[in-house]
Design a protein around this ligand. Structure first.
Ligand SMILES: NC(=O)c1ccc[n+]([C@@H]2O[C@H](COP(=O)([O-])OP(=O)(O)OC[C@H]3O[C@@H](n4cnc5c(N)ncnc54)[C@H](OP(=O)(O)O)[C@@H]3O)[C@@H](O)[C@H]2O)c1
Length: 232
């Protein structure tokens, strides 16, 4: 498969590149810094990994990456939008205490950034019915299962879930669209005391993409990395 991972520098994004590359897939790793040492070193082991500059808050960078891929007739079989942030001020303040700048910044990356990446990259996804688009969202984006923790992040991820549902309707049966909660991972974002390693989430997502995990065909496209339906 030709695979694009947006937000591939570390954490789950890096593990996804590693997992798919091991199986011989062709990877475009979208990163803010193309001098990323771990990815450049991985690309020496697996020749089919290419780094491309993609900052989801910089529309021009995504537009340029998409243009280059289009010029090469690169058809995307699997697009994984993984980029995401939690800002420092989100964890220790509630919805009334968080600064407007922190709130805005979170939505800029997690929500508007998703829209920007999809706007330019979805046109390159195979529309024959076998192309796939995975948005890495979060259980925090569940509206019904709502706490008061991480207010900005939760709002941004609920909106990202909604983007996935709208995209699914827009593309109808031409592509498979999933919004995936990757589990609580021990990454820079999740911290050292989370439940799973990002490699486990990457394995789950690999199994979903290659149909090794069957997803029950409900109306929801919001699932976890094991293929279980999530509460919207
Ligand atoms: N960790 C968890 O427990 C957990 C739980 C549920 C959902 N998630 C979701 O899973 C995804 C991956 O999380 P993670 O734990 O692997 O996080 P992470 O270790 O903090 O990595 C975040 C990734 O997003 C990239 N990124 C941030 N801002 C970007 C931008 N403007 N443009 C492009 N890329 C950008 C980062 O690149 P740089 O290195 O350049 O900053 C990095 O590659 C996120 O969408 C997150 O919301 C995580």
């Amino acid at each position: 498969m030709n695979i694009v991972v947006v937000g591939a520098s570390r954490g789950l994004g890096f593990c996804l590149v590693d997992r798919f590359a091991k199986e011989g897939h062709r990877l475009v790793a979208g990163v803010r810094d193309i001098n990323n040492e771990r990815l450049n070193s991985l690309s020496k082991t697996y020749k089919d990994i290419r780094l491309m500059h993609m900052d989801v808050t910089d529309e021009e960078s995504i537009k340029e990456a998409a243009k280059r891929l289009r010029e090469e007739d690169f058809t995307i079989d699997l697009l994984i939008h993984n980029a995401g942030i939690i800002v420092d001020g989100d964890g220790d303040k509630d919805i009334l205490g968080i600064s407007v700048d922190d709130f805005r910044r979170t939505l800029e990356v997690n929500t508007t950034g998703t829209m920007i990446a999809l706007k330019y990259l979805v046109p390159l996804v195979d529309k024959s019915g076998s192309g796939q688009i995975f948005l890495i969202t979060s259980e925090a984006g569940s509206i019904t299962n709502s706490g008061s923790n991480l207010a900005a992040y939760s709002v941004s991820k609920a909106a990202q879930n909604k983007i996935a549902f709208i995209l699914k309707t827009t593309l109808a049966s031409s592509c498979r669209v999933l919004a995936i909660h990757p589990g609580r991972m021990r990454t820079d974002m999740g911290g050292p005391y989370s439940e799973i390693d990002p490699e486990e989430a990457a394995e789950g997502i690999y199994r979903l993409a290659t149909n090794k995990t069957e997803v029950r065909q409900g109306s929801s496209i919001f699932i976890d990395y094991k293929g279980q339906e999530m509460q919207i």
